[in-house]
Design a protein around this ligand. Structure first.
Ligand code: NAD
Length: 372
């Protein structure tokens, strides 16, 4: 038994040193890139697994229609990134193979299809790896149900919490296992700033800080305290503390839910509650998300690769709206707000009605070309 304890203690030391080094890198980070002023924007397109290539292909067609003049002029480049497939990742034994990561790093922003993560084993999720490698610290997910007055935006911390060491837990076989959760000062400050700055820029009056600080006293406790320190820099915006359990209930309470505006959460709670919120909007097939960092940004659907749709031969019927909503967020991030508005207008008005991804994309393109 002692040798297991010794090896777990040694591993814990390594994890602490690595996380301290990461904290140091955040403290000394390079100034943020201005994504709104790039003379040439390279958009990397990653297909992913399962329904990924189907919705990615149709989303690319829609983007090509929207950006045709800029693509022709060379100010926007759509660059396919090959090799982020479950087959290649398993063959190479890497969550994101090095050559793929190098290609990814030649881009400014990414439009990414869903990628499969094997259950169990040690293969890390490609998303967790990309978020860490590209330091995409803010996962931003809007949810809107206009007829109910719901206009929410979630700022989920994306690089630490329960996920950063999720594949590095310790185990004493047959007895117990432990995972680790990490909250750092610079990591929490930057996500809190992103949320409060968004609130300030968009006239929002309150930010709900959602934790379980009564139980997870160190990590969530500090997360909440640091968020309040940042809130003090934003007079006029109220910082409210909520526990994740009651917030999960409030989101389905039709009497109060429309009062919420901006949510700020650690990684795991954000992951769970944003799927709940997306369901209120019409399902995971309707929701896009942004993973924002200071040097890169990645935009994707919030759902996974839907393997059952492929197994049952319904893959062609996957709804590309989720990835297209993500594409609209991408366009706003690179300051193509007029193109994003065109895409949103098409998505809001062209009914989906259960067609194939291709038929739906054809009708969206027709609508966009009419409005262009
Ligand atoms: P899933 O999100 O793939 O599917 C959940 C449900 O939503 C299924 O019923 C599916 O058919 C439906 N659905 C999803 N996207 C749809 C679309 N565009 N149109 C119509 N219906 C759609 O969830 P899962 O089955 O838990 O995960 C499958 C795989 O995806 C797993 O390997 C998981 O790790 C991975 N995953 C990846 C990401 C990502 O890359 N960002 C996110 C979540 C899950």
């Amino acid at each position: 038994m002692n040798e297991y304890i010794d090896s777990a203690v040694a591993q814990f030391r390594t994890l602490l040193e690595e996380q301290l080094a990461r904290t140091g890198r955040m403290e000394n980070a390079a100034p943020a890139k201005d994504f709104t002023a790039l003379p040439v924007v390279t958009i990397g397109v990653i297909d992913g697994d399962g329904i990924g290539p189907i919705i990615s292909k149709q989303s690319t067609r829609v983007l090509e229609a929207l950006l045709k003049d800029e693509i022709a002029a060379g100010s926007v480049v759509l660059k396919p990134i090959e090799g982020l497939t479950i087959e290649n990742r398993l063959a190479k034994g890497e969550a994101v193979p090095k050559d793929v990561l190098n290609e990814v790093k030649t881009c400014d922003v990414l439009l990414k299809g869903p990628t499969e993560t094997p259950k169990g084993g040690t293969m890390e999720s490609a998303n967790v790896t990309l978020r860490r490698e590209l330091d995409l610290y803010a996962n931003v997910r809007p949810v809107s149900v206009p007829e109910e007055g719901i206009d929410w935006i979630f700022f989920r911390e994306n690089t630490e919490g329960e996920y950063v060491l999720g594949s590095r837990g310790v185990e004493i076989p047959g007895k117990l296992c432990m995972d680790f959760k990490v909250t750092t000062l610079p990591g929490t400050k930057r996500i809190a700033r992103a949320a409060f700055q968004y609130a300030k820029n968009n006239g929002k009056k309150s930010v709900a800080i959602v934790t379980k600080a009564n139980i997870m006293k160190k990590t969530d406790g500090r997360f909440s305290e640091i968020c309040h320190e940042v809130a003090a820099e934003y007079p006029g915006i109220e910082a409210e503390d909520w526990y994740i359990d009651i917030m999960t209930a409030k989101l389905v309470d039709t009497r109060v839910r429309s009062r919420f505006q901006v949510f700020l959460l650690p990684n795991l709670y954000g992951d769970i509650i944003t799927d709940e919120a997306a369901q209120l909007q019409g399902g995971v097939g309707t929701a896009g998300s942004a993973n924002l960092g200071d040097q890169y940004a990645m935009f994707e659907a919030i759902h996974g690769s839907a393997p059952r749709m492929i197994e049952t031969g319904r893959g062609d019927y996957a709804n590309p709206s989720s990835l297209l909503r993500a594409a609209s967020m991408l366009l706003r991030h690179i300051a193509r707000t007029d193109k994003a508005a065109l895409l949103d207008a098409a998505l809001d008005t062209v009914p989906h009605g259960g067609d194939t991804a291709k038929d739906f994309a054809d009708r969206l393109i027709e609508d966009i070309e009419y409005r262009l």
